[in-house]
Design a protein around this ligand. Structure first.
Ligand code: NAG
Ligand code: NAG
Ligand code: NAG
Ligand code: NAG
Ligand code: NAG
Ligand code: NAG
Ligand code: NAG
Ligand code: NAG
Ligand code: NAG
Ligand code: NAG
Ligand code: NAG
Length: 807
């Protein structure tokens, strides 16, 4: 035969075999390909770019120009030379790769003894190659035998009752698919590690009950979410992506790094949107025993745990105790927040938190413990996850994203008192230093701000938001919801189902299959803010669980559509009742008082009690939703910001929010902190008590330019009763009303430092006898200042207080 007919013959075979399946009658030869039904993946023979001598059978993307292999059958036994091989399904339902001499290079071992002809190997659109019996049962799938890649919907078994779990093994080099020293898998005790041969190279913290971990390619890019699945006590790791998003994969790179990649069809390349280890500090045990990697710093650095000091300067030997433990004689435990749980723990089953703590404190050699409740993972028999450490603590980290766990560390008790003693001296010194530093920083920022478009603080925070987020769900119900289901639920977003309109989109009422009523927020398409808003909401609310916060049930991304699905609250929002002459009488004083308390509790949770500090930034009557029993739920976290542990305030050049509710320092300088929410809360309190809008036109309020001055003057004159909404006359307790006005005026003081923390506000509300400080007269009112800088104080020009900015 001349070469030409052979070539034509090959082409012809190619066409003829462009199917998605192999049968015993139809083997695959060099040049043939299987193409999945939807044309997404290809299976065939290939030779890596620089090693034409070896060929392999593998699967790669059909529609991606850059050849990317996601699976290789015979990675360690290549077809050598130019001798053609054959890939076929046998009569005994196994896949076999034969070389030219007919010897087996690679095979599956299904051990089906009864001949079952008719079995076929099918390449699915998910990238999974399955051996399917005629009756539809898949007896083997490549997803259960991964090489170095996890594709969406594939699950990696993390533990298998002392059996070796499934591991990913990296390629040896970019053009050498043979197995390298790096592998990734579960270590049978709740963790995922990357090993360099037998040495750990990187470790993911122990499972802590977090179900979903979402990652974002970029502000507008797709979302990939990692989920831990519990199937009968065995844990699996899987990834899902939103419908219609770009191709994504997780790969154990030949360098040993775990990378999440998404195909960017405009730059025609793979974008890395998440990789670990992220810094050298992030590598396994890089800070030595009792050292930790502080990832809250701009550059992650090694530090010693409290009570420890470095053994050597470079941390290679880790840290040692400054003072030995007394053992039993009054050792105590300190709380370290946001830590990555160290490695080498003992997993003690079936313990309550107290029993777990007792387990550690009674044994001298126990250095630390940590506790989590795994009920989210669907553990039924034993939900407790008590970890104790005997001896060294290695590979721990103070997480920069605020998502770590609380670690209880044993220290000798005397070091506590010593520390506080030292603190007493150090505090004044530090305070004065801090003031100096602040002054310098403000000065630097101001002079820099003139040249820079982005404040450094802002950048750091968007990084924090952008890279990774863990989404939480108490009831394992938090989910992706299919776009078509949402269309059905909302009657195709029909106008009759509109519940409200906000700056970021329209909210519809929907009824899911099974009759569950939900509120669907459809974010405005093409808005730049859309994705950020979406991310903020999805990430934040999903994590937060409090009876005074609205609950997110699921989300959906479909092309340009971004939807958030919430619990449906039949009673709409507070402003709907409060500012409507007919409806405001439905809010009697006990109801209003419980709303006042509920909102305060919700804010305390956001500011202090959740795992992060969250500033809402847009608290107002229309963002307080009411449930059937008129209990308040804070909603709309589209503008919320997350603070790290030590962060007290931040500034932004992009002031968003609602005038009237915005604190002076935020509206004028862009500085915000928990105290800006306190300010908004104060304004809200005045509205609830008076039934007047902060933005009411001034002349309605008898000569007083605004609601705050009005309240302040009445309180001064001891006539706070006059401030109250007249419909409350019958139901109110004058004592509680004046308490509320007093608290409100403390909250709206000009100086953020003078405003109480929300936790104090809750104490004041709960304990009516508590002595209160006298509020300072507020001089700045933002509606006025902003609109009429030059105008006289009582000018009518000072109206227009409700301007929305940045929406
Ligand atoms: C293949 O070899 C060429 C030249 O030797 C080199 O430039 C290229 O980087 C190699 N490609 C890979 C993937 O190693
Ligand atoms: C499979 O079985 C058929 C008949 O049952 C036989 O003709 C064929 O050679 C067998 N194929 C292989 C690969 O054993
Ligand atoms: C099939 O048998 C071989 C050797 O007898 C064994 O190594 C393999 O694990 C078996 N496969 C399955 C799926 O049981
Ligand atoms: C993953 O599985 C879901 C449900 O089985 C399916 O709708 C989705 O298309 C799959 N995604 C991929 C990328 O295969
Ligand atoms: C299909 O056939 C296999 C083997 O003959 C059997 O084990 C399996 O249960 C069958 N599955 C179904 C769904 O009938
Ligand atoms: C692995 O685990 C399975 C059950 O999950 C068990 O049947 C099998 O015998 C185990 N194999 C080994 C080698 O321990
Ligand atoms: C992996 O281990 C080998 C020695 O076994 C070492 O040479 C190499 O540097 C290690 N790789 C990394 C990334 O640390
Ligand atoms: C794709 O790449 C281009 C150019 O590098 C970049 O501007 C764009 O943001 C990327 N797309 C996504 C979704 O990340
Ligand atoms: C867990 O501990 C309790 C006592 O603390 C015991 O009654 C119960 O049987 C234990 N459960 C399991 C599954 O071991
Ligand atoms: C403390 O823990 C160590 C290590 O597990 C163990 O050997 C020792 O017996 C324990 N001591 C007590 C008093 O339980
Ligand atoms: C875990 O949390 C669930 C729900 O909050 C609770 O019912 C259960 O008792 C907790 N389990 C443990 C061991 O703390």
């Amino acid at each position: 035969m001349t070469p030409l007919p052979v070539f034509i013959l090959l082409l012809w075979i190619c066409f003829c075999n462009s199917e998605d399946r192999l049968t015993p009658a139809k083997p695959l030869s060099i040049g043939d390909r299987l193409i999945s039904n939807g044309g997404i993946f290809v299976l065939g023979f290939f030779s890596p770019r620089n090693s034409t001598a070896n060929s392999y059978v593998g699967i790669w993307y059909h529609n991606i120009p850059e050849r990317t292999y996601v699976w290789v059958a015979n990675r360690d036994s290549p077809i050598t030379g130019s001798s053609p091989g054959k890939f076929l399904v046998t009569n005994s339902s196994d896949l076999v790769l034969l070389d030219s001499k007919g010897s087996t290079l690679w095979t599956t071992r299904n051990n089906i003894t009864t001949e079952a002809p008719g079995a076929a190997a099918i390449l699915l659109d998910s990238g999974n190659l399955v051996i399917r019996l005629p009756n539809g049962t898949d007896i083997w799938q490549s997803f259960h035998h991964p090489t170095d890649t996890i594709l969406p919907n594939m699950s990696l078994q993390l533990s298998n009752n002392n059996n070796l779990s499934t591991h990913l093994v990296a390629w040896r080099a970019p053009d050498d698919p043979s197995t390298s020293d790096y592998s990734l898998g579960g270590d049978s005790s709740l963790q995922i590690l990357v090993w360099n041969r037998t040495r750990p190279y990187w470790r993911r913290a122990a499972l802590d009950g977090v179900l979903v971990f979402a990652m974002y390619q970029s502000k507008s890019g797709p979302i990939m979410s990692q989920t831990i699945v519990n199937r009968g006590g065995e844990f699996y790791l899987t990834y899902t992506v939103s419908d219609g998003s770009a191709s994504m994969r997780m790969v154990l790179h030949y360098t040993g790094m775990v990378k999440f990649l998404a195909w960017n069809s405009s730059s025609l390349s793979w974008d890395v949107f998440f990789e670990r280890p992220g810094s050298s500090c992030d590598r396994y045990a890089s800070c030595g025993p009792f050292g930790y990697c502080d990832a809250t710093q701009a550059v992650a650095t090694c530090k010693c745990l409290d009570g420890f000091e470095p053994v050597s300067l470079d941390f290679s030997l880790g840290c040692q105790r400054k003072k030995e433990l007394n053992c039993g004689q009054g050792d105590s435990f300190i709380t370290l927040l946001n830590m990555k749980t160290p490695d080498k723990f003992l997993y003690i089953r079936n313990r309550s938190f107290d029993k777990c703590a007792a387990e550690c404190s009674r044994n001298c050699s126990c250095t630390a413990y940590a506790y989590a409740n795994l009920s989210n993972l669907g553990m039924t028999v034993d939900q407790s996850r008590c970890l104790v450490w005997m001896g060294e603590l290695v590979d721990t980290e103070k997480r920069g994203d605020g998502l770590g766990e609380t670690l209880y560390l044993r220290i000798p008790s005397s070091s506590v008192s010593k520390k506080t003693g030292a603190l007493k001296i150090a505090l004044p010194v530090m305070a004065s230093l801090l003031v100096l530093v602040c002054i310098c920083l403000v000065w630097i920022c101001k002079s820099r701000g003139k040249h820079q478009t982005k404040a450094p603080m802002n950048f750091a925070m968007s990084e924090q938001l952008g890279n990774s987020y863990e989404l939480y769900d108490q009831n394992s119900e938090f989910l992706w919801i299919n776009f078509n289901d949402i269309i059905t639920a909302t009657d195709g977003f029909s106008d009759s189902n509109v519940l409200g309109k906000g700056g970021f989109g329209i909210v519809y009422k929907g009824t899911l299959e099974g009759g569950k009523e939900v509120a669907v927020k459809r974010l405005t398409k093409y808005s730049d803010q859309g994705m950020e808003h979406f991310r903020n909401e999805a990430v934040l609310i999903a994590k937060l669980q409090h009876r005074n916060l609205v609950r997110l049930l699921g989300y959906c991304i479909h092309g340009a559509e971004k939807l958030l699905i919430y619990e449906y609250l039949p009673n709409k929002s507070l402003d709907y009742f409060l500012f409507d002459d007919a409806k405001r009488c439905m809010l009697d004083w006990p109801t209003r008082y419980s709303i006042i308390k509920g909102v305060a509790r919700g804010l305390v949770y956001l500011h202090h009690d959740s795992r992060m500090t969250i500033i809402h930034r847009d608290l107002k009557a229309s963002n307080i939703l009411l449930d059937v029993e008129m209990r308040p739920k804070i909603s709309d976290f589209g503008m919320a910001r997350i603070f790290g542990d030590n962060q007290q305030q931040a500034d932004t050049r992009h002031v968003v929010g609602t005038y009237g509710y915005m604190s002076p320092e935020y509206a004028m300088e862009g500085i915000f902190s928990v105290k800006s929410d306190t300010y908004s809360y104060g304004v809200l309190l005045l509205e609830i008590v008076s039934g007047l809008k902060i933005s009411s036109r001034p002349y309605l309020m008898r000569d007083f330019p605004n609601l705050i001055d009005y309240a302040w003057n009445l309180l001064e004159e001891g006539k706070s009763g006059d401030f109250m909404d007249t419909v409350l006359l019958k139901s109110c307790s004058l004592r509680q009303v004046s308490l509320c006005i007093h608290i409100a005026l403390l909250c709206v003081q000009d100086s953020p430092g003078a405003r109480p923390l929300m936790s104090l506000v809750v104490s004041m509300l709960d304990n009516e006898a508590m002595p209160l400080t006298t509020p300072k007269q507020p001089l700045y009112f933002i509606g006025r200042r902003h609109e009429a800088e030059e105008a006289t104080e009582d000018s009518v020009n000072s109206a227009g207080l409700t301007t929305l900015v940045g929406r």
